[in-house]
Design a protein around this ligand. Structure first.
Ligand code: BTN
Length: 306
């Protein structure tokens, strides 16, 4: 009911009377009043005058009812330890694909290579549960696709021109604006699910730790609407997955990366190597040309442009 009221208010800039809403929803005006009061309590700016109700601003908080037909798949929490943990529980319990867990802040946000991910309010932190019919070895290409769609969303919603860096960072002028972490479970050579967690620096001010980071707010001086950014990304990404083409992803990634053509150092928790990044392979691995001219493909690790 709240979702439908919100949809009606979003459709018009004019006040909508309680009578009109009750007529369209076939409920009493008292019921309408109660739902509006609850919407206001949850932080929505709704003006009530003699002429009716009017939505003053589109909420920034990613409340499920803002996501239209996708709302049942959105699990919003003001605070979580990590959206990855909640997504893992839901995935193991058999939730549908494209289930999304989103939190305003995380107490134990996780990054790649066992790092922490700063998760104070203002950033967008979410995990998606995916159930692709792909072989496990090609699933890293999904991370490349996520990075590409984040670049498109940042351009569309924030006016920011970002680029991708292998394996799956999104950067603006060498500073990280988004990171991607994925966890996969495989059963009998089939992907049971792959959970992709995304941290996007929007209205937060990330501190520079070991690597430079930046937010959309710091770049543009404007606040972004987190709910709109999330909706734009989910729409884009689901459309891409519905018509998934590995060749397209790889080609687009080659066009938008800052890694290829650079000398890079790749470190894992155990190993490191250096070379010239010449291409990515069909599974998303980075092909390096080593000092002796031999080629080596790396699939995992931290990548430093030297
Ligand atoms: C990286 O190291 O670049 C990956 C960062 C991924 C952070 C996101 S925030 C939402 C999700 N929950 C987590 O704990 N981590 C991911």
């Amino acid at each position: 009911m709240k979702k439908r009221i919100l949809e009606m208010l979003r459709e018009t800039s004019q006040p909508l009377s309680g009578q009109e809403i009750s007529r369209r929803l076939e409920v009493s005006r008292v019921a309408v009043w109660k739902h509006i009061s609850q919407l206001k309590q949850s932080g929505l700016a709704i003006e009530s005058t003699a002429r009716g109700y009017r939505l003053l601003t589109i909420p920034d908080t990613p409340f499920p009812w803002l996501f239209g037909p996708r709302s049942a798949l959105i699990h919003y929490h003001p605070e979580l330890d990590s959206t990855m943990n909640r997504a893992m529980d839901l995935a193991r319990a058999g939730c549908p694909p494209y289930t999304v867990v989103v939190a305003d802040r995380q107490l134990q946000g996780r990054g790649r290579m066992q790092r922490q991910w700063q998760s104070e309010e203002g950033g967008l932190y979410f995990s998606m549960v995916l159930r692709p019919t792909l072989l496990p070895r090609v699933c890293p290409v999904i991370n490349l696709a996520v990075a590409l769609d984040l670049v498109a969303t940042l351009a569309r919603c924030c006016g920011i021109a970002a680029r991708v860096k292998w394996p799956n960072d999104v950067l603006v002028d060498g500073r990280k604006i988004a990171g991607i972490l994925s966890q996969m479970e495989v059963e009998a050579d089939q992907v049971a699910f792959i959970n992709v967690g995304i941290g996007l620096n929007l209205n937060n001010r990330p501190e520079i730790a070991d690597k430079p980071a930046v937010s959309a707010l710091q770049l543009t001086g404007r606040r972004s609407n987190r709910a709109e950014v999330l909706a734009d990304f989910l729409h884009r990404f689901e459309a891409r997955m519905a018509a998934f083409s590995r060749a397209d992803v790889l080609q687009q990634w080659r066009e938008r990366t800052i890694t290829l053509g650079r000398r890079v150092a790749i470190t894992t928790l155990r190993d490191s190597c250096e070379g010239l990044a010449v291409d990515i392979d069909d599974e998303g691995g980075l092909i390096l040309e080593m000092a002796d001219g031999a080629r080596r493909t790396v699939f995992y690790g931290d990548c430093f442009h030297t």
